[in-house]
Design a protein around this ligand. Structure first.
Ligand SMILES: *[C@@H]1O[C@H](CO)[C@@H](O)[C@H](O)[C@H]1NC(C)=O
Ligand SMILES: *[C@@H]1O[C@H](CO)[C@@H](O)[C@H](O)[C@H]1NC(C)=O
Ligand SMILES: *[C@@H]1O[C@H](CO)[C@@H](O)[C@H](O)[C@H]1NC(C)=O
Length: 679
């Protein structure tokens, strides 16, 4: 096989800088056009070239950069990239003739797409012809009827052979089996076709032979060479005959691609000067492609050409064929017919998502490129001019890039906590009349960033507890909310270190990390402290975590757990105390005072005094609130010298607590008397 690979590299790095909403963005579509060529019919796995090397890419990055080959049409996915080596390899067999018909140059275009950063390279692949088709004559047997009077030098047309291959693989030459009467005459026409004629070299004689059988061979220029054969059957006549003549050497017609079946394209006409059977002209296609045969019919009698199949401007915009006109004796001439198909806006634009960053982080800058879109419309001119847009209410827009490519960029700040996903509808409309449009919806999720600290529901918390509580009892609970996702929004509570009365807060309180419920660690004593403050932190589980702090004030309320305590008279046995009451004391005189305190507070410490027993009831009274002991009447001589009182001191708690004390009074003016009594 010939070495027919060629490589053309034309690097065109296109970098577009732009300004959106005052923020810079950078569009990373780099285009470098690569061209390769491959012989048709190459087997799958055949290496076309090494893309990585030709683009200067590191082959080991191809996998992580998700390198892939994208084609506009799935049916044209002929190649793929080997991610290990960077080789462009054949994926499916290509038949050049099927793909491109008789086009001289058969080119397939596709793209190499790379991600992070996004990169696009356009690649064109030239499908080279291989000599896989032989020349074929329109008819295996050619019947010629020639009058015996024909002069030496007369020419008789034979339809040329056709080879669907192109270039040098197409028909190159003709060989006529050697015979007595005819030689070949080949002429090249302006349009590239050949006129093949038999030239009468030695006159015919009907009396000697009325039939001649000759073999005409067409060979192509391929290697190995292929050939096709036609049998020429010459009948020698003695009639006079004229060949039919077309009224135009070339017919031209044009028809819109949406023409219905049975539409008449054109009518060809040839006239024959003869009368009767000799002048009866019939038409037939002498050279027509397989494709055209399925689309056009030729009425053999009228020369009317009609549409019988469906036309498609996009797959074939021009048909060329040759038509033979023949008379009853088989004399013929030919003409060329060119049918131009005109475009109709029959293809809606098609939107291809070339690349999409999904999910996108909520903290990306406005103007960040999140996807690349390619829009194709198979129609031509204005029918294929496209406008693209996205709907109004999303923070995304399309920025045109290289031809038919758009970048999908953000136009504002995203916030997952407000909108966590978007359905972005991209619409494309062409400029045809009427215009055709299509749309595609892409779904984009917004990924979380730990951008919200937990927030407590209250600015501060208060807990109320009565003293003597059980250790472990619940005091209150705190709650903080964090709208972030999963661990970024998971709240964990803890006590911040601190001291209360010189001891660590953790010896007083504990907080449940998951629920925020605060428990007492010990029993509180109101008489020790009435309130204290602790700080609780709520933090999320993000990395790094975010936190908030809140103050929890704990108020302890009093319980009547302390009995009144009598300070005077002292209960100390050793300092046995007596009060001296002068004999001359009048009613209402202050003789002593019981002094008591209560460690509790409020009602629990509100004391009242009462005499519960006395030597001489009626002689002394006690102030209910003051504890002052006074004489109720004047002292008289008959009053006993020793007077004992038992006083109860009671608080106002529920239930009340009380304490009693004894008070010893001596009615006397003589201190010596008292000392005596004491002893
Ligand atoms: C996007 O479309 C999907 C499927 O139609 C739907 O389930 C989802 O709710 C849509 N989301 C938004 C944000 O409109
Ligand atoms: C939490 O936020 C961090 C960035 O702050 C992000 O990388 C991570 O993916 C987030 N986690 C989840 C579960 O979304
Ligand atoms: C909460 O308090 C801790 C300890 O004082 C401190 O490290 C942290 O930064 C505080 N957090 C906030 C949100 O103020």
């Amino acid at each position: 096989m010939m070495n027919i690979f060629w490589l053309k590299m034309d690097l065109k790095g296109i970098s577009l800088f732009g300004f959106v909403c005052g923020l810079a963005f950078f569009l990373q579509i780099a285009t470098a056009d690569l061209s390769y060529s491959v012989p048709e019919e190459s087997r799958p796995g055949f290496i076309v070239g090494n893309i990585a090397k030709d683009l200067g890419l590191d082959a080991s990055n191809l996998f992580t950069r998700k390198a892939r080959i994208d084609t506009e049409e799935v049916s044209q996915h002929y190649c793929e990239i080997d991610l290990k080596t960077g080789n462009l390899v054949v994926r499916a067999r290509v038949d050049r003739e099927e793909l491109c018909g008789d086009k001289i140059s058969c080119m397939v275009k596709f793209e190499l797409v790379l991600e992070s950063p996004l990169e696009l390279h356009r690649i064109s692949l030239l499908i080279q012809d291989v000599n896989d088709n032989s020349p074929i004559f329109p008819k295996e047997t050619v019947n010629l009827e020639i009058r015996e009077s024909a002069d030496k030098g007369a020419k008789y047309r034979v339809s040329e052979a056709h080879d669907v291959d192109v270039g040098q693989n197409t028909v190159k030459d003709y060989i006529l089996q050697s015979n007595e009467h005819f030689v070949l005459s080949i002429r090249d026409n302006n349009d590239g076709s050949k006129s093949v004629e038999l030239l009468l070299d030695k006159e015919l004689d009907r009396e000697k032979e009325h039939d001649l059988h000759l073999m005409l061979i067409a060979v192509d220029g391929g290697n190995p060479q292929r050939s096709g054969t036609a049998n020429i059957h010459v009948t020698v006549l003695d009639a006079n005959d004229n060949a039919p003549v077309f009224d135009q050497a070339t017919y031209k017609a044009s028809i819109p691609e949406n023409a219905a079946v049975d539409t008449v394209v054109i009518t060809v006409s040839a006239s024959d000067a003869d009368e009767g059977i000799n002048g009866e002209v019939t038409y037939e296609f002498s050279r027509i492609s397989e494709r055209a045969k399925k689309i056009f019919s030729l009425d053999t009698k009228t020369g009317e050409i009609k549409v019988i199949g469906s036309l498609d401007y996009e797959s074939n915009s021009k048909y060329e064929m040759r038509i033979d006109a023949k008379d009853g004796y088989g004399l013929s001439s030919d003409s060329k017919l060119v049918i131009d198909i005109t475009d109709v806006n029959d293809n809606a634009p098609v939107i291809y998502m070339k690349s999409l960053m999904n999910p996108i982080l909520e903290n990306i800058f406005p103007g960040t490129e999140v996807g690349i879109i390619n829009v194709q419309d198979r129609d031509s001119d204005t029918n294929g001019q496209i406008h693209c847009s996205v709907q109004q209410n999303v923070p995304f827009k399309l920025v045109p890039s290289i031809k038919n490519y758009y970048s999908l960029v953000t136009t504002g700040q995203l916030d997952r906590e407000l909108v966590s996903d978007y359905n972005i509808t991209i619409s494309a409309t062409d400029e045809g009349s009427p215009p055709l449009s299509s749309s595609k919806t892409v779904h984009l999720s917004v990924a979380d960033i730990n951008d919200n600290p937990p927030v407590f529901e209250e600015q501060s918390y208060s807990a109320y507890v009565t003293e003597n509580n059980k250790p472990g009892s619940t005091l209150c609970s705190v709650t903080a909310r964090d709208p972030d996702w999963r661990q970024n929004g998971t709240v964990i509570y803890s006590l911040l270190p601190g001291e209360v009365n010189g001891a660590s807060v953790s010896s007083y309180l504990s907080v449940n990390g998951d629920t925020g419920v605060i428990h007492a660690v010990r029993s509180f004593d109101y008489e020790q402290f009435k309130n204290f403050k602790v700080n609780v932190m709520a933090r999320d589980n993000g990395s790094p975590p975010l936190s908030s702090n809140v103050t929890v004030s704990v108020f302890i309320s009093d319980v009547n757990d302390n009995s009144p305590q009598i300070l005077y008279p002292s209960s100390d046995r050793n300092s046995f105390m007596t009060e001296l009451v002068p004999k001359a004391a009048h009613g209402g005189s202050l003789v002593s005072k019981v002094i008591a305190v209560d460690a509790d507070s409020g009602q629990n410490a509100w004391l009242s005094y009462q005499i519960v027993s006395s030597t001489d009831p009626g002689l002394f009274t006690i102030g209910v609130h003051s504890g002052e002991i006074r004489t109720q009447r004047d002292i008289s001589e008959s009053d006993s010298m020793k007077q004992n009182l038992v006083v109860a001191v009671k608080d106002n708690g529920q239930p009340p607590l009380s304490t009693t004390c004894s008070m010893y009074l001596i009615i006397s003016d003589n201190l010596a008397e008292v000392t005596e009594l004491k002893e």
